[in-house]
Design a binder for this molecule. Sequence first.
Ligand code: PLP
Length: 425
Amino acid sequence: MSEIATRCVQGGYTPKNGEPRQIPIIQSTTFKYDTSEDMGLLFDLKASGYFYTRLQNPTNDFVAAKICELEGGTAALLTSSGQAANFFAIFNLCSAGDHVVSSAAIYGGTYNLFAVTMKRMGIEFTFVSPDATDEELDAAFKPNTKAVFGETISNPSLDILDIERFAAAAHRHGVPLIIDNTFPTPINCRPFEWGCDIVTHSTTKYMDGHATSVGGAIIDSGKFNWDEHADIFPGLTTPDESYHGITYTKQFGQGAAYITKCVAQLMRDFGAIPSPHNSFLLNVGLESLHLRMQRHCQNAQAVAEYLDANPKVAWVNFSGLPNNKYYALAQKYMPNGTCGVVSFGLVGGRAAAERFMKELKVAIIATHVADAHSCCLHPANATHRQLSDAELEACGVKPDMIRFSVGIEDIKDILGDIENALKVV
Ligand code: PLP
């Protein structure tokens, strides 16, 4: 299927004669076999088939295959959340004593996972500015560096990652670039086309798109040659004693080694699988992703332009505005639009932000972004409320920042809502 809109609707699952048109929900923990020998071959990864849903499930696999097609990868895996996806994507390459270079402009939950929880596991992160020069990037690497991580569009600071430059830096040091592509989705940006090696998603956001199911995904481009860097990645290139002495690159090849290892080791041991029912809902969302993204981007552009022209608004951050710092990068990597999230501050600062948000009727206040419904959040008073103003600035969250996730309602209603709320500030 060559066109992405067709892949959104039909990818990942092709019913045979007489089979259901929609992906079936295989809500079963386990699968029946006639003999123990049949089962043994599955456990040894010598035959493919299902035996226990913690490891694999047909509904989950159909939906993973669709997301794999959308990103243009060779193998993919669904997880129970975006947090699990980012943890697995990195932990599949690292052990205690290893090091990762990460953009500092990332979702706060991911930052905490890296800087606090994974640090406790003995994995060290060096955070670099997404605007770091090549020299600054090179200086962040260490002999034990295993990966580079960033977000295509960072949440909530909305910085755009220069994917080609980050990929080149990672490859100069023999490691893959992992990108969280949650905000643009593969409709607006496919990082593999720019040199990225592994993509992750919080499918909770635009992919599900209707605020129904928390989920995540990891997709491998199949382009990173693990064997060429066998000394850096022994977990993929030498026998896994915890899995019958399998060498993943030898048995599954460059295209499937990374995801197979992730399933065989991390799903087996941590068990962060989505329920088949959630994967079914995710797929229903994916079927209209191409249409929804278009509308999110159109509406967000209109909101950003409206705010930018309003004297009560102190600043607007949206890379679709020509005056934005990241306009050129956005045009390069996402010429058809970036995402539906706009952030801004009011002339009246923090207090005005609260008054403004209270007045909104169409856009609800919610700790969420990127679904069909417009919503907004004042991070300094919600997700980041434990931080001082100085700490907020350091992580790219201005104290007066309103994060506005523009939905797919009629733009007249969204702009009318904003216009009305601005009257009280
Ligand atoms: N990555 C990004 C860019 C996010 O915005 C989020 C959540 O907001 C996550 C990852 C974590 O995903 P989840 O909430 O599905 O665990």
